[in-house]
Design a protein around this ligand. Sequence first.
Ligand code: AMP
Length: 279
Amino acid sequence: MTGFQTFYDFGSLQRFISSKPSISNVGIVPTMGALHVGHLSLIKRALNENDLVVVTIFVNPKQFNNRKDLENYPRVPENDLSLLRQYQGVVACIPEESDVYPKLDPYPGITLGMLDRVLEGQYRPGHFKGVAHVVHNLLYFIKAKRAYFGLKDIQQLSVIKRMVDETRLPVSIIPCETVRDDSGLALSSRNLLLTESDYTAASIIFKTLDFVRKKIKKEQPEVVKKKATELFNSGSLKLEYLELVNKNTFEPYTTGDVNGVCCIAAYCNNVRLIDNVLL
Ligand code: AMP
């Protein structure tokens, strides 16, 4: 393949793919841009497993339940494109909102059940409805064989798996490990909004998650949750939730569950951060 390409509509991307007989497996990495090393790890994994990787950049208005959050979301498209340019086998797709949500919208809607009522579902009403809708349409219009998502957004991953099951889209969903900095803080586009001292303070998130991971084998979940909450509150972030749940159903965690996960959401000044560890 020669030269890095960016497509601004699905039609021209599809024509490009159809014109290359050497491309039989397409991987897709949906993002909202402000790319960091976490995104790049998904891209590298996708490159290993596919002939072509499409990285979409679309800040999806439907998944923001707060207008200020949408306005403040970092947008650095030039920077994103220069990062992507280094990878042979990657193309960028930056669609218009009217392309993602055409008048004849193909999304049939799905039932989110419990996933939409707890943790992120509870605190960000409408968020997962917007996530399921955008990911459905991206996967519907860009016919990829595999789609890559980060475990950092573990509840989102469950929503997407359910959406793909219900709508029977012919795509495999591939979960990818969370990439962290040296302090344990999960990389996130929102970290760009943190000051240097916020950044240091935010390391309490991973410290607390790590505490839960170590203690949960020895103590009752309620006791671990109480101690972990105390530890978290010794820092300066404002806790929204700290919950131990099953990573598929998001029902409360019970001792011995091999699919347990501890999830945290917290505000560091006005920046909302989420993270989790498997138990
Ligand atoms: P976003 O641009 O934040 O919507 O993220 C796009 C994809 O990258 C999602 O599947 C995220 O879960 C994933 N992602 C974000 N941060 C990380 C990280 N630190 N490590 C691994 N994947 C991540």
